[in-house]
Design a protein around this ligand. Structure first.
Ligand SMILES: *Cc1c(COP(=O)(O)O)cnc(C)c1O
Length: 461
């Protein structure tokens, strides 16, 4: 007769045994004791559950648990977000923090970080207006009557609809019921803002009469959402903003334009056609225009609302505004970013976003030539590095389909998969993020702002 198998749970060490292991010696001296014990207990509980459910067969020993715990503690002590080098070819990469901030914006954030007059009137010594410095810039630059700022553009749309159309039907074309990456869906935002979605037209074609019928049936707001990250092509028809505004006015109904990216300059200057400007939307008569701070504006994450004074006043009275307001550090960076547009001829020097977009392909090529030997040295005999033609995209849902010619460094693996090569680039300090395509790792230097940081990363391993 065979004896029953030993109970694996009995092999789990006790908390005090784990605490005594060498990997935790240093940590025990400085870290809060209760936090450390709680982390060990949590790990023991996870292992116990894995053993009970059969997903693990063998209990880890005290040393292994101590090593795990030490790694978790090291992660707490490490940076919350790490600086990375974006060579993906998507210049404003949502997962990599979108627009890189200008030096002036970073300096302003540092100044604002301590105590700042974010909502204080220094003249009167009383409570002030959070928008006091940003609104005058925004109105001058866009031609709008008034402006305000919230946390991001999703919040701006939420606030606009919740203020203008609470409980009422909002009319929007079926061709514009967009989903932006990271689960921003126009229909969801509309539901959460408490208004009712009144879809009109079809995916590819919406006519003025579709809107008119919806207005006659009681539509209270017209919404035009920029189809940021896709384009409907072929047999299509959309109603231009001017026309929509005119229809709205006939019925005494405001028009909201969600531009998404919302450029303040004509990106046609860099061969990127078709991105509507904020000034254009205001000139077309939109009552409210919403856009992001960290897309083509080139600033911090923020949601900007510009338009008619009466609507901006109403937005600022909505209690939601309080929940969605931005902090002093964001406002400081945003103000500094907007200031760059006072000198449009120097935009490429002032804003990293336009430095990347405006880089001539010849300059990208020179950069690629300089980087090539360093990448080949780093890769050694794991891969062959060469320069090939490619295309950069702006990203963040701006300018779908529009690309900038670029020169890529392609790493073709000699051994192992391209994904492993890309992974070792991401393990550098700072991490280097490229993209894998057709069995190669492609690195786009158009987005490289700190050449030295890349050289140091490559030399670090
Ligand atoms: C990006 C985008 C949003 C969301 O903006 P966030 O700043 O990411 O919150 C909303 N609408 C459109 C059309 C967009 O392109």
């Amino acid at each position: 007769m065979s004896s029953p198998p030993p109970d694996p749970l009995r092999g789990l060490p006790a908390v005090h045994e784990v605490l005594e292991q060498p990997p935790l010696a240093e940590i025990r001296r400085s870290l809060d004791h209760d936090l450390l014990v709680a982390e060990i207990r949590k790990r023991l509980a996870d292992h116990r559950e894995a053993l009970q459910s059969g997903t693990a067969r063998k209990s880890p020993d005290a040393a292994a648990l101590a090593t795990e715990t030490a790694e978790a503690v090291a992660a707490w002590e490490g940076p919350t977000v790490r600086a990375v080098i974006n060579l993906t070819g998507t210049l404003l990469h949502t997962n990599l923090g979108r627009a890189p901030l200008s030096e002036a914006a970073v300096a302003a954030m540092e100044r604002a970080a301590a105590t700042a007059d974010v909502e204080y009137d220094l003249g009167h010594g009383t409570r002030g207006d959070r928008d006091q410095r940003v609104a005058p810039l925004l109105t001058r630059l866009t031609g709008a009557e008034a402006a305000t700022v919230v946390n991001n553009n999703a919040a701006a749309v939420l606030l606009a609809l919740s203020t203008l159309a609470r409980g009422e039907p909002v009319v929007v074309s079926r061709g514009e019921l967009v989903e932006i990456g990271g689960s921003f869906r126009i229909p969801d935002i509309m539901r959460h803002s408490g208004c009712r979605l009144r879809e009109v037209g079809t995916t590819n074609r919406t006519h003025p009469r579709d809107y008119r019928e919806a207005l006659e049936a009681g539509g209270r707001v017209l919404l035009k959402a920029h189809t940021s990250n896709y384009r409907v092509v072929g047999f299509t028809r959309e109603v231009p903003l001017e026309r929509l505004v005119a229809l709205g006015r006939e019925h005494g109904v405001p028009t909201v334009a969600d531009l998404g990216s919302g450029a303040l300059v004509d990106t046609g200057r860099w061969g990127l056609e078709g991105e509507p400007t904020v000034q254009g939307a205001i000139a077309a008569g939109a009552d409210l225009v919403t856009f992001s701070g960290d897309k083509l504006l080139g600033g911090p994450q923020a949601g900007l609302l510009v338009g008619r004074a009466e609507w901006i006043r109403a937005l600022k009275r909505n209690p939601l505004k309080r929940a969605l307001r931005c902090d002093k550090v964001t406002l400081a960076a945003l103000g500094e970013t907007l200031r760059a547009y006072l000198h449009p001829d120097r935009l490429e020097e002032a804003l990293p976003t336009y430095r990347m977009i405006g880089r001539p392909v010849s300059e990208v090529d020179e950069l690629a030539q300089r980087l090539l030997p360093h990448l080949q040295r780093w890769a050694g005999d794991r891969a062959r590095a060469e320069i090939v033609d490619g295309e950069s995209q702006v990203g963040s849902g701006s300018l779908p389909g529009a690309t900038l010619p670029t020169r890529l460094i392609a790493l073709t693996p000699e051994t192992g998969p391209a994904t492993a090569l890309a992974e070792s680039l991401r393990a550098l300090e700072p991490p280097v993020v490229g993209r894998v395509s057709g069995g190669r790792v492609l690195l786009d230097p158009r987005g490289l702002l700190e050449e030295n940081a890349l050289l140091q990363a490559l030399a670090s391993r």
